[in-house]
Design a protein around this ligand. Structure first.
Ligand SMILES: O=C(O)c1cccc(C(=O)CC[C@H]2O[C@@H](n3cnc4c(=O)[nH]cnc43)[C@H](O)[C@@H]2O)c1
Length: 213
């Protein structure tokens, strides 16, 4: 099984890169931060190579204070929450405008639902601008009460997986809460260390799963 591991930056995947030689069926790609960079790189790489699975790994913000900083989650759905039109105080999603789709689910692999039993499953949103203002965060929670994890790339990876009919797994280590910007409370090293451990656990889990089917 050929796997493409997708990370926005090198620092988010550095611990895995140090042991990547032990995983010859995995390629890694560093796309750059944000949906545009991620979509461009995935379009290029998926045009040139064939993969059986995409794994997106990185750090993320969290809207749920019950999850501790450093917790790793599997993001099982992604929403492009900014894609649409403002109508004064209301927001019209792209579906309602009739121009596409903003919500994506993680998919199945050979009939097996890829729910990782060692991680909590959460719903994600993907944004161009990290939320850092109390009023816009309150609005976000009002319109998307189910959303838990905020990243800048997740939905772009789910979008590419959807277009290429590929299964996708997203692993995110929580580096910060989505709150009024306070960089002092972020713990990026912990989120990176834990998410990279979870990536290795995931690869071992998948290898075990596929040796049985
Ligand atoms: O210091 C900042 O405010 C900042 C703004 C944008 C990106 C970063 C990064 O550290 C880049 C890496 C990666 O981090 C993800 N991330 C982490 N926390 C959040 C968040 O609260 N909301 C959205 N994305 C977040 C994102 O996927 C970046 O690619 C730092």
């Amino acid at each position: 099984m050929k796997i493409l591991i997708v990370s926005a930056t090198q620092f988010e995947i550095q611990p895995f890169l140090e042991v990547a030689a032990n995983y010859p069926d995995c390629d890694t790609i560093i796309t750059g931060v944000g949906m545009v960079a991620t979509a461009f790189e995935l379009g290029r790489v998926l045009h040139e190579n064939k993969y059986d699975l995409l794994i997106n790994i990185g750090i993320a913000g969290c809207l749920d204070r019950n999850l501790k900083i450093g917790t790793v989650v599997q993001v099982i759905s992604e929403s492009l929450v900014e894609l649409g039109a403002e109508d004064d105080q209301q927001f019209i999603p792209i579906e309602q405008l009739g121009y596409g789709k903003s919500k994506f689910q993680s998919s199945l692999l050979h009939g097996e639902n890829i729910v990782l039993p060692f991680l909590p499953q959460e719903q994600g949103i993907t944004v161009n601008k990290v939320h850092g203002n109390a009023d816009t965060i309150a609005k976000l929670q009002q319109f998307h009460p189910e959303s838990c994890i905020e990243s800048m790339e997740g939905a772009a990876v789910f979008f590419a997986a959807d277009k290429m009919d590929l299964p996708v797994i997203e692993l995110r280590g929580i580096s910060n809460y989505v709150e009024k910007r306070n960089r002092a409370t972020w713990n990026i090293p912990l989120a990176i260390m834990n998410s990279n451990k979870a990536l290795i656990q995931t690869l071992d889990f998948l290898s075990d799963l596929f040796s049985k089917i």
